[in-house]
Design a protein around this ligand. Structure first.
Ligand code: MTE
Length: 312
């Protein structure tokens, strides 16, 4: 048996999860109180700080949530490395204040929003969503955010705005994974305008009642629950309204494997593996993958008449 000195063992490994979380929260609360006294609202920026005034949403699932530990330690965020634990281990170097998001392109009201202004743009809601990664695993995550449509309405898109492009921060100093050329940086994603306006599409700023941890895409990320997880771009700095379909990072990397739409679809396999089943993190037996990740009643009409084998 491997014996380690107690100093090597993270608290999370030797303390039952709930106690660990409560203690962490308590200490963060104390930290936030102390910082709040000095900095005012800047304390709200801290990952893990409680978000207040969050309301319930009708667009929420009543399904068992994936434990906080898994949601925040089993991640894909290649800007911090390609291993599942790399983001939680390395994303501490990301500075989420000050932070701005530029609204550009085919809009009547372009501009640059400070993140704290964005946070006050619309009431925050909790949305428990099923999330399905293209790799074959899934989670149920209680996001906190607001509909992207609220921001889009404010930006007043012109008649030429047919697509929306989402761009992640490009800063190898803060994002060590960007020093490797595993992807073409910055990370770019895109949605058709009607997908972006759909009430299920949100900008998330928190999860499990707290400010978003860096590894989950702080301070603001896209969440599109009926598409594979890679469409939900993290740590956004630019939202651009465009006429032509954006070339996304994954389409550029492997066009045969990753299409623009990337709707969860058990009938369209990835060229290298089946998408018929998925493993819900924390469960042993695989589940059947659901068409549109189970959101068909809400979104199927967006794709009526489209050949989803071709537009994968
Ligand atoms: N966004 C950026 N900027 N970089 C990434 O590597 N990975 C995507 C998506 N957003 C990724 C990203 C993938 S593949 C998935 S499955 C989800 O983030 C994972 O989100 P989560 O770690 O919050 O569960």
């Amino acid at each position: 048996m491997l014996i380690r000195q107690s100093g090597d063992v993270p608290a999370s490994e030797i303390t039952p999860r709930e106690i660990y979380r409560e203690r962490r929260r308590f200490m963060q609360g104390m930290g936030a109180l102390a910082a709040g006294a000095l900095l005012g609202s800047a304390a709200d920026a801290q990952a893990g700080a409680r978000l207040t005034g969050v309301r319930a949403s009708p667009y929420t699932l009543n399904e068992e949530k994936t434990p906080y530990r898994d949601v925040t330690t089993y991640n894909n965020f290649y800007e911090f490395g390609t291993g599942k634990s790399d983001p939680s281990e390395n994303a501490g170097s990301l500075k989420t204040r000050p932070w701005t998001v530029a609204i550009e392109g085919e809009v009547g009201r372009p501009g640059t929003y400070d993140i704290d202004t964005l946070l006050k743009l619309a009431p925050l809601e909790e949305r428990v969503y099923r999330m399905r990664c293209v790799e074959g695993w899934s989670m149920v995550i209680p996001w906190i955010g607001f509909p992207l449509s609220q921001l889009i309405r404010r930006a007043a898109p012109t008649g030429n705005a047919r697509y929306v492009e989402f761009v992640t921060l490009d800063d190898p100093g803060q994002m060590p994974g960007q020093r490797s050329h595993v992807l073409d940086w910055p990370y770019v994603e895109g949605l058709r305008m009607d997908e972006a306006m759909h009430p299920l599409t949100i900008l998330a700023v928190g999860l499990y009642g707290e400010v978003l941890p860096n590894q989950n895409g702080a301070p603001i990320r896209l969440v599109v629950p009926w598409k594979y997880g890679f469409k939900s771009a993290k740590s956004l700095v630019r939202i651009r309204f465009v006429e032509k379909q954006p070339l996304t990072t994954w389409m550029r990397a492997a066009p045969r494997e990753y299409g623009f739409y990337s709707n969860v679809n058990p009938h369209v396999d990835h060229p290298r593996w089946s998408q018929a089943k998925e493993r819900r993190i924390g469960e042993f037996f695989k589940r059947d993958t659901l068409m549109f990740n189970g959101y068909g009643a809400q979104v199927a009409q967006l794709y009526r008449g489209m050949d989803l084998q071709r537009y994968f």
